[in-house]
Design a protein around this ligand. Sequence first.
Ligand code: AMP
Ligand code: MN
Ligand code: MN
Ligand code: MN
Length: 298
Amino acid sequence: MSTLSPDNFYSQLFAAKAEKNAIPRIDLHSHTTCSDGQLTPQTLVDRAVNFQLDVLAITDHDSVAGLDSAKRYILDKKLPLKLVSGIEISTYWHGFDIHVVGLNIDETNPVLNELIEQQQAARELRAQKMGEKLEKCGFIGVYEQAKKLAGDGSITRSHFAQILLQQGKVNHLQAAFDKYIGKGKRAYVKPLWCDIAEAVDVIHCAGGSAVLAHPIRYDLSGKWRRKLIVEFKAAGGDGLEIVLPQMNPEQRRLMLSYCHEYDLCASLGSDFHYPSKWSDLGRNLYLPEDCRPIWQLW
Ligand code: AMP
Ligand code: MN
Ligand code: MN
Ligand code: MN
């Protein structure tokens, strides 16, 4: 924490916690009903406060729509939670969907909002085409129902998976991806996302930090993962999400070594979508000592 000035919010937070022999609870990756999360921004904030989080970033897929109501709710209720404005931008890289999280952004930035509009148009187009492909599989009206489920939020493949599950076309959500809407499957549609460099530039333009989301979760070999991290760094990326609840110690060590090797900051997050047995807001999220936390840039 040495590069932060003593009056910085995070310096003060860590100092105050240290006096009580504790460390802050920080979660920099979560979703709401503004994309494929199941809790409204207000309910998510309540859950974060109940779980005694100190800092929460809301990072909806290609959307900043939940931030304003979450912020107002925190102010109105005088809740003890620092909200970090965030977004998770989908990018297209060598045939892979790569997610770039923007943190500490100014969500009113016009360049950011222009990119959001483009991404939303790409989501809508992909959703329509996915609906058409699912009709060819014999499933009628999935697009319309997924659209209804998404409401005003970003329409995602999660919504399609939920409808296929509700209709009994699959037995669980994963099967919807494995059989129909996952990469290369019958109803898969190649998305028209921006590229990594554009996402990073726009996040910087909005005053934020660009973090490569969940690097272990992509279906990449070690060689390709390294290539991704090299290119992310070359594009101006600031950090890697090195701590997620599902990561084992070996994976955490590997991610930390990438931070050292490529001089990248470290971030952490639950990628919370809904309450479940396996992961929840802020659970088991602590950065190792020997890394530069992303909030050192703020
Ligand atoms: P999209 O951004 O519309 O392609 O939707 C991606 C979202 O679907 C991710 O953020 C996850 O929440 C969810 N998802 C992606 N792949 C899977 C999978 N294999 N099983 C379950 N959920 C998935
Ligand atoms: Mn999601
Ligand atoms: Mn993601
Ligand atoms: Mn996410």
